[in-house]
Design a binder for this molecule. Structure first.
Ligand code: NDP
Length: 282
């Protein structure tokens, strides 16, 4: 039976430090504030937003919402981002993506003031991750994976890590972050050959593809650590990860469940970034 790498203890430990920092800032007259930019009302976005608002409130972080209709134009979204940039009382910005079709997402992302980019969406922040410059903030979910490994005491140095999925939100940044910690990283994608073998031979595997329960017994080996980033809804309407948990759990050494795994750390990372951005503004 695998050890369950629950997200809650990781998120709680992070939040404890964040709350203390937020309290210090507030005592100095600085109210740490997160802006949320949402276009339309996608259920996933609304659910994440509810969780983020709840956590922000618990930590003493204010939230300002910039809500736009589904048919908002690129100029409308750019105007919201300009408002965020111009408002000195806002320290960080979470913008839900994907944006509706017809909007140039990269142009909108890069319009955000890099100092307020707490979710690694600007080219500047991503360059920071890829070049290890320490500039900007990495995408929160990628950072959440690293926090989980740290919290549970997994040292990645010299270990073989397979990352399945190469998006700029998770796969690529998490691969770079683990490489920076001297892991030997194989970055896999939909055209990768021999994926089950690559996964089986890795000490640690990060699955981030958005394919419900797609990774089964042939991908797992005894003792390995599995981080399942996928958040999917199966045919019966149940939340599930990319990994077939029932097949993995008896074989692997440790695994994050879905739900209660990586997702529950992501908002804690976001809040920490907001407070760090507020500290940097002082
Ligand atoms: P994307 O759709 O942007 O990327 C998916 C990646 O998976 C692509 O690189 C794609 O490869 C790869 N892929 C698709 N099919 C296969 C396959 N058969 N074999 C190997 N690789 C494959 O998704 P995201 O990165 O945005 O999200 C991934 C998952 O993570 C989703 O389930 C999402 O809901 C979840 N998520 C979870 C969060 C959390 O807080 N836990 C936050 C954000 C997302 P290719 O590039 O070749 O197309």
């Amino acid at each position: 039976m695998a050890d369950l790498l629950l997200g809650k203890p990781v998120g709680d430990a992070l939040s404890e430090k964040t709350a203390a920092l937020a309290e210090e800032l507030t005592a100095q007259g600085i109210q740490p504030t997160l802006a949320i930019v949402r276009v339309g009302e996608r259920p996933d976005d609304l659910s994440y937003e509810r969780g983020a608002c709840k956590r922000a409130e618990a930590l003493g972080i204010a939230v300002r919402k910039f809500l736009l209709p589904e048919d908002a134009s690129q100029d409308d979204v750019l105007a919201a981002i300009a408002q965020v940039n111009d408002d000195a009382s806002i320290h960080g910005c979470l913008m839900f993506r994907p944006l509706p079709k017809g909007i140039d997402e990269a142009a909108v992302c890069n319009a955000l003031d890099p100092a307020k980019d707490v979710d690694g969406i600007t080219a500047g922040s991503l360059a920071g991750v890829f070049m290890d410059t320490g500039v900007g903030f990495p995408p929160c979910t990628a950072q959440a994976c690293v926090e989980i490994l740290d919290h549970y005491g997994f040292d990645v140095e010299g270990k073989s890590v397979a990352v399945v999925g190469r998006s700029l939100v998770i796969g690529k940044p998490v691969a770079m972050m683990l490489l920076a910690r001297n892991a030997t990283v194989t970055l896999c994608h939909s055209r990768s050959r021999e994926l089950p073998t690559i996964c089986r031979e890795a000490d640690i595997v990060v699955y981030a593809t958005g394919r419900p329960r797609a990774y089964s017994l042939e991908h797992f080996s005894g003792g390995q650590t599995v981080l399942d980033v996928g958040i999917n809804v199966d045919e019966e309407g149940n939340l599930c990860g990319d990994v077939d948990f029932a097949a993995a759990e008896p074989v692997v050494g440790a695994i994050t469940p879905v739900p209660r795994g990586v997702g529950s750390v992501t908002t804690a990372v976001l809040m920490r970034h907001v407070v760090e951005a507020a500290v940097a503004c002082k």
